[in-house]
Design a protein around this ligand. Structure first.
Ligand SMILES: Cc1cc2nc3c(=O)[nH]c(=O)nc-3n(C[C@H](O)[C@H](O)[C@H](O)COP(=O)(O)OP(=O)(O)OC[C@H]3O[C@@H](n4cnc5c(N)ncnc54)[C@H](O)[C@@H]3O)c2cc1C
Length: 390
């Protein structure tokens, strides 16, 4: 197997690096952990769009560039390496645009995809509910068909970026009598429709990136139904594979890894730099080995997508592995920094602006976000290994 990149791919990576290096150099933003999901920066998204790096794999007729998923992975890998604030376009570029492309009508493709590619609209994910996370097929939000609309009632939870998205990719029950996974439909719903309200969920890190969303008799025009009525659960299964197979869970905390390596090279304890301490060298070397293995798992996902097949098992493997890697990275940072690692970003003694404490606190949620590790292992066991379901 040939693991090398083509000249064109190397050029693309360098182009993205030069762009991001320039942005950081001009202090347009600061690299931070989890910026792909928490870094809301419309101007940055516009500049990325102008470079042609949103909708990279989509057909040209909808504004895309018809490049490979491997090329797309190169772009996202560099965005994550630099901790770039890409939250405005991340979800629509990664999976929602793909769902519109696979299942949407011609009118929907022409309406939404070019706007996503230009960085004009931001779409969030409305899947989870207070009582339906892992078992998404049990969701209770209802969309009742009337003449020209679906009337939507219910609650979504954890909705990332709901303070700035213009649309939400909603999954709701359209047939209560059908078996639970056969009665769900997919919608793209404008956030300014009357009856939608939001309460931010403030998490352990203090971020307000997540939200509870409430739908109270929201009248959604039928043109916003994606694909056939009652087929939404099958769309979700495909979307989740794309969601889990990206680099974000391996590299969402790369700015911390980078800062940690610089820190141990520059910091002296008892007259020696930390990098001369064998135990610390081994810890970081171990992380580097694990990181490179994680990259290979991610590239495998992209290769499967380029082969035209949803990477269900491969994405479950890579996300499960990557989550554990990021939790070990956060723990290692805490070990090396000692009590300083616990300090939050606003303390004057805090190392690298609180990246370590952010990562340590946030990493607990990584094994839930986009599917818990137990669920991913179930997928590997049943779909990958063919083991019985019970
Ligand atoms: C930071 C963050 C951001 C998120 N962003 C979004 C978003 O933007 N949009 C969105 O829709 N959702 C979002 N989510 C929600 C996420 O998809 C859910 O948290 C996830 O699907 C798990 O569901 P749950 O929290 O209800 O846990 P549960 O499903 O209640 O699971 C609780 C525990 O039980 C275990 N468990 C459940 N079922 C099984 C089983 N069959 N076998 C073995 N173990 C099992 C799980 O592994 C877990 O440990 C986000 C979550 C987090 C933490």
């Amino acid at each position: 197997m040939d693991f090398s990149f083509t000249q064109e791919q190397k050029r693309l990576r360098q182009e993205v690096r030069d762009f991001l290096e320039d942005e950081v150099g001009r202090r347009l933003w600061k690299p931070s952990c989890d910026a792909w999901i928490q870094g809301h920066n419309p101007a940055f998204t516009k500049r990325v769009a102008q470079r042609g790096w949103i909708g990279l794999t989509w057909p040209r007729e909808y504004g895309g560039h018809e490049r490979s998923f491997l090329d797309r992975l190169i772009v996202t890998e560099e965005m994550l390496r630099y901790g770039a604030p890409a939250a405005c376009h991340w979800f629509s570029d990664r999976q929602i645009g793909g769902s519109i492309l696979s299942y949407g009508s011609e009118e929907q493709k022409r309406e939404f995809l070019p706007k996503i590619v230009r960085g004009d609209i931001y779409v969030g994910l409305g899947m989870s509910e207070p009582e339906s996370g892992s078992d998404l097929a049990s969701l209770k939000m209802r969309a009742t068909e009337e003449d020209e609309v679906y009337v939507v009632n219910g609650q979504k939870t954890w909705t990332s970026g709901a303070s700035f998205i213009n649309y939400v990719n909603l999954f709701a029950r359209t047939d209560s009598d059908a078996p639970k996974h056969r009665g769900i439909s997919e919608f793209i719903v404008p956030m300014d429709l009357p009856g939608i309200s939001r309460i931010p969920m403030i998490d352990i890190t203090g971020t307000e990136a997540w939200n509870d969303l409430f739908f109270d008799n929201v009248r959604v025009p039928k043109k916003y139904l994606i694909g056939q009525k009652n087929t939404g659960f099958y769309h979700v299964v495909e979307q989740l594979a794309y969601e889990r197979g990206g680099m974000e869970r391996l590299m969402g905390n790369y700015p911390l890894f980078d800062a940690l390596v610089t820190f141990i090279k520059e910091t002296k304890r008892n007259g020696r730099t930390l990098s001369q301490d064998t135990r610390i060298r081994h810890k970081l070397a171990q992380l580097q080995v694990e990181f490179e293995v994680g990259r290979l798992l991610m590239y495998k996902v992209a290769a499967v997508m380029d082969a035209g097949r949803p990477p269900t098992v491969e994405a479950a493997m890579s996300k499960s592995y990557a989550t554990a890697f990021e939790q070990r990275l956060a723990n290692t940072a805490m070990d090396i920094l000692g009590p300083y690692g616990l300090l939050l970003g606003d303390s004057k003694f805090v190392p690298f602006e609180g990246l370590a404490s952010h990562s340590y606190l946030a990493s607990k949620g990584y094994s839930l976000q986009a599917g818990s590790r137990e669920i991913l292992k179930n997928i590997i066991a049943t779909r990958g290994l063919g083991l019985p379901t019970s």
